[in-house]
Design a protein around this ligand. Structure first.
Ligand code: HEM
Length: 457
């Protein structure tokens, strides 16, 4: 690694260790998980240097520091994923786009997550969740919740978002290839036989082939506003913006959407189920809210069609999902590169250095949250509103021009899952104690979280 300080700047470099040549501190990071950043933050402060995944990096924690990085997009920093992520997602992905191209692509994508589009996805998401919970409940053995939540979010993305009609066998194959892809998206960029990077490239090529076949065979419904899935909306939105998406762009966008939705939503779903198990009073309060809105009657969810507005109006449900995402933020942070030398917390961030802003550490160390480690959904209630203290203390979906595009969809999915769990399922922890959590690549329990689902009698 060759990145050095900017000698024209008087400010000191951030403190920290660069580890070993080439691999830096990558191995420490993999083995220590969340503890890696926490231990270095305690030792070196909110802005420290390290060396991960083949490059030097400045890691940034704290609302004010994160605000400066996120709001400095285009002026101080620009996007900069690790090389493996960048190559595997492809040049047409949002993640790899900058400036006007990013703005244009985001505008096309925005329609995919509009209120109107979400309303059309809602019944299908609900159906996928209900089918999944039925399968979980009919299994005499406990479910590995994390593993099955990954399958659930993958099904949601493939069937609901992309509208692919694939057989069970094809779905199984796609899922396993996709797992290979995800496992190697963050790998050392060493292209050798058997390296993670090579495995990721092979998985990407195979996915692109299957997706091209599915797109070509897919009936398209781009007439009027009768959307059936996000791919239809995407194509229509592109047309409205006078853009024709090429097959390569469609394939990369498709993989990016599934990638963005997959691990994040599975992680949050697992954390939600774990917190409902840990806190029966919260589950009961959710049921009470469903009863008071007429959605739960005699212990059964009312079968009538749920509307987006009725889900949005459930205030306690909103607090529960927000609190799950605060305490167990699936994404630990985002990568940028400094386009000019700038000051942060009294030290210099030299031009050309990678910067990673931290979400989880920022939540964990924020002074605006009382009893920061407690699971307390009411902190987000209108009376307490702890998140009102400042936008950048609470950022599970990032912030600024690159904030999560799928935020509303992810929230809707989690709310629908919570409604089904509170209204239509009985479930118990199948182990004596709750599993330990690890945070790489997203927060998840070490043994997957074993839970027995019973459904309703
Ligand atoms: C970006 C979190 C679900 C699509 C992001 C970012 C975060 C995030 C933190 C910003 C990363 C950065 O600053 O570099 C989450 C969480 C989710 C979730 C916690 C679930 C609980 C989804 C879903 C989709 C999605 C379901 C779409 C189907 C995207 C896209 C971007 C993004 C396309 C890139 C935006 C851009 O670069 O302009 N997400 N996400 N996310 N997310 Fe999500």
């Amino acid at each position: 690694w060759t990145a050095t300080r900017d000698k024209s700047c008087k400010l000191p470099m951030p403190k920290g260790s660069m580890g070993f040549p080439i691999i830096g501190e990558t191995c420490h990071w993999f083995f220590q998980g969340a503890g890696f950043h926490a231990s270095r933050r305690q030792k070196y402060g909110n802005v420290f240097k390290t060396h991960l995944l083949g490059r030097p990096l400045i890691r940034v924690t704290g609302a004010e520091n994160v605000r400066k990085v996120l709001m400095g997009e285009h002026s101080l920093v620009t996007v900069d994923w690790p090389q493996s992520t960048s190559t595997l997602l492809g040049p047409n992905s949002l993640a790899n786009s900058i400036g006007d191209i990013h703005r244009k692509r985001r505008k096309i994508f925005a329609k995919v997550f509009s209120h109107e589009a979400l309303e059309t996805y809602l019944p299908k998401i609900q159906q996928v969740i209900q089918e999944t919970l039925r399968v979980w409940s009919s299994n005499p053995d406990p479910i590995n919740v994390y593993q099955e939540s990954q399958r659930l979010s993958f099904h949601m993305a493939v069937r609901v978002l992309l509208g692919f009609r694939v057989s069970e066998e094809e779905m199984h194959c796609l899922f396993s290839t996709f797992q290979d892809f995800v496992e190697n998206v963050f790998s050392l960029p060493i292209d050798l036989p058997f390296s993670g990077y090579r495995k990721g490239i092979r998985a990407r090529d195979s996915l692109q082939k299957s997706i091209e076949k599915a797109i070509r065979e897919k009936p398209l419904h781009t007439q009027g506003k009768d959307y059936t899935d996000a791919l239809d909306v995407l194509l229509e939105s592109a047309k409205e913006n006078n853009t024709e998406l090429t097959m390569q762009e469609l394939k990369e966008s498709t993989i990016e959407l599934i990638f963005a939705a997959f691990a994040t939503t599975a992680s949050a779903s697992t954390s939600l189920i774990m917190q409902l198990l840990r806190h029966p009073a919260v589950l009961e309060k959710l049921r009470e809210e469903l009863r008071s809105c007429g959605l739960l009657h005699d212990g059964c969810l009312c079968q009538g069609e749920l509307r987006l507005d009725s889900i949005i109006s459930l205030k306690y449900l909103d607090c529960v999902i927000k609190e799950v995402l605060r305490l167990f933020a699936p994404v630990s942070g985002g990568y940028r590169i400094a386009t000019q030398t700038f000051e942060l917390d009294g030290v210099q961030v030299p031009k050309g250095w990678s910067v990673m802003y931290s979400i989880r550490d920022t939540h964990d160390t924020s002074a605006v949250f009382k009893d920061v480690e407690a699971f307390d959904p009411d902190r987000f209630s209108p009376e307490r509103g702890e998140d009102r203290e400042g936008r950048f203390h609470y950022l599970p979906f990032g912030g600024g021009v690159r904030s999560c595009l799928g935020k509303q969809l992810a929230t809707l999915f989690l709310k629908l899952l919570a409604v089904e769990l509170a209204g239509g399922s009985r479930f118990e922890l199948a182990t004596r104690t709750f599993p330990r959590l690890i945070s790489v690549p997203v927060v998840h329990p070490t043994d997957g979280l074993r839970v027995k689902f019973f459904g309703l009698d």
